[in-house]
Write a protein that binds this ligand. Structure first.
Ligand code: SF4
Length: 252
């Protein structure tokens, strides 16, 4: 019988470091370890929300040279593009920007229009698939260690996130690491203030999660961080506030 990744996830990283050890490591130590062991096969994927910028700041102190990658769906607010430029200048880094495949994008818009995400959840997922998930898979194909800014307090769907876990993407295992998984929004704010980390300007306008224009809106104080995503799907349950990058193919 053929074994699948679900049957046999790796038991350790290539240097023998176990998941248990990685889950106990401090964020800075994780960046140093990844750069030493995996070099250019380790990278931070970020949409330049505050947790991502804290990771970049930590990396710049502990392990300068870790790649910084973003998925640019070509529908980000102008503020996000300007913020990216500011982060590049502050840390003297070049962010690798993965964008949608032009032919796939043109076909989708020709078939469904630019605003298909209003029509139905499947069409929104199709849009996210073309603009975000496919470029994300392309980015991940260049990585063995994927640093992400996921935190448990961002939504109910993220409560069980591990600091380090093997996930399957493109038919192979990738080590997905969320160094700040157990930090609170307050701790993130304190860090950005203490270290003068560039903060996305839209937070000052009530945004608690940052994504594409139209699909992302500000939130009220009693709402979860991702409640501002796709508000016209508020009646749906489960992963309705996820775009597909962090669901599916995980948890091997
Ligand atoms: S967030 Fe909206 S515009 Fe952006 S890729 Fe998803 S559906 Fe498309």
């Amino acid at each position: 019988m053929n074994r699948t990744l679900q049957d046999a996830p790796p038991i350790a990283a290539v240097d023998g470091t176990s998941l248990e050890t990685l889950n106990a490591m401090a964020p800075e130590a994780l960046f140093s370890w990844a750069l030493r062991v995996y070099g250019e096969r380790a990278g931070i994927l970020t949409s330049f929300q505050d947790t991502g910028c804290v990771m970049i700041d930590m990396m710049s102190r502990a392990a300068p040279g870790v790649r910084v990658i973003t998925i640019d769906p070509l529908r980000l607010p102008e503020e996000t593009y300007r913020h990216m430029d500011a982060v590049e200048a502050r840390y003297d880094i070049t962010v690798e920007r993965f964008q949608p495949n032009p032919a796939d994008l043109a076909r989708m818009v020709a078939q469904h229009g630019e605003f298909l995400f209003f029509d139905s959840k499947p069409k929104q997922e199709h849009c996210c698939g073309v603009r975000k998930v496919e470029p994300n898979l392309r980015a991940l194909a260049s990585l063995d260690v994927w640093f992400t800014g996921l935190r448990r307090d961002q939504s109910s769907a993220r409560k069980a996130t591990q600091r380090a876990q093997w996930v399957e993407r493109g038919g192979r295992p990738i080590l997905k690491v969320a160094p700040l998984v157990d930090w609170s929004a307050t701790e993130i704010r304190e860090y950005t203030s203490r270290h003068e980390v560039p903060v996305h300007p839209l937070y000052a306008q009530g945004y608690t999660s940052l994504g594409c224009v139209i699909c992302t809106t500000p939130t009220l104080p009693h709402e979860s961080a991702r409640a501002g995503r796709w508000r016209w799907f508020n009646h749906l349950e489960g992963d309705a506030k996820e775009c597909g990058i962090h669901i599916g193919g995980s948890g091997i």
